[in-house]
Design a protein around this ligand. Structure first.
Ligand code: G3P
Ligand code: MG
Length: 254
């Protein structure tokens, strides 16, 4: 489904796709997420050497491809030669690093996306480029109502809102964020639309604060039944999980 059409029901978010069962951030993982009826797919975006937004979590290629070195050292043409699936299972040897454009093409009319902007790969010359290019692509595929952007880098959050105040953007929160205010203050400061919080930092106090202020809040990354149950009962807006099938089962059996 396309989340932003559906109002404010609890949503299942496939973290890097259905990444418990498929190599993360690959088309196989995204197809798996759709097959498991996830309402949204989370994916990480970095910039290639030639300025193309590509879907990959780490700056370094070593752990999740047969390449080495770092994403920003390679053009998209070179990145496309790498095997992004064998590290998970030999049967996924044909999986490649997707471009954001390929994922938008796949998701358009089918499923909502959470595009997490990773700014580690951005050199000074192209600062802001990953936000701008990603937003252009989202619009090109008519997905602006079905995409939630997010970032741990709040400069990227501000930049997206500058580029288009209508675009939905979430603050990503973990223990390394310097912000120590209540969530509604943090969200207000950046004119953000949602708060994406690590389950380790999510407290009863913050849950009350977010609900009181009507701020959508999505919690990552949760793969255990017990934690899923607790969070759904607490009234969170959605959960990021590597196991969208399990989260659906838990939700349906509450
Ligand atoms: O967007 C939620 C979550 O993906 C943030 O952390 O490191 O898994 O990208 P990370
Ligand atoms: Mg992520």
């Amino acid at each position: 489904s396309l989340y932003f059409d559906d109002g404010d029901d609890f949503i299942v978010i496939a973290h890097r796709g259905a990444s418990a069962y498929y190599p993360e951030n690959t088309m196989a993982a995204f197809e798996g997420a759709v097959a498991m009826d996830a309402e949204m797919i989370e994916l990480d975006v970095l910039m290639s050497k030639d300025g193309v937004p590509v879907v990959f979590h780490d700056l370094a290629l070593d752990d999740h491809t047969n390449g080495n070195g770092y994403i920003p050292q390679y053009t998209v043409e070179k990145l496309k030669k790498l095997d992004a699936g064998s590290w998970f299972d030999k049967k996924f040897a044909d999986q490649r690093i997707p471009t954001l454009e390929e994922v938008l093409q796949f998701a358009s009319g089918k499923i909502a996306l959470n595009i997490e902007i990773k700014t580690e790969a951005v050199s000074d010359q192209v600062e802001g480029g990953v936000e701008q290019k990603s937003l252009e692509l989202v619009k090109q595929y008519g997905m602006e109502k079905h995409v939630l952007f997010s970032s741990f880098d709040y400069r990227a959050v501000e930049h997206l809102k500058q580029l288009d105040p209508e675009v939905s953007v979430a603050l990503l929160y973990n223990k390394h964020q310097s912000q120590r205010q209540l969530p509604h203050q943090q969200v207000g400061k950046f004119s953000a639309d949602a708060f994406n919080c690590s389950f380790r930092q999510f407290s009863k106090k913050w849950s009350r604060n977010l609900k009181k202020h009507g701020i959508p809040h999505f919690i990552y990354t949760v793969n255990s039944k017990r934690k899923m149950k607790k969070l759904i009962k607490a009234g969170v807006s959605g959960i990021f999980t590597n196991k969208p099938d399990l989260l659906h089962r838990v939700k349906d059996n509450l």
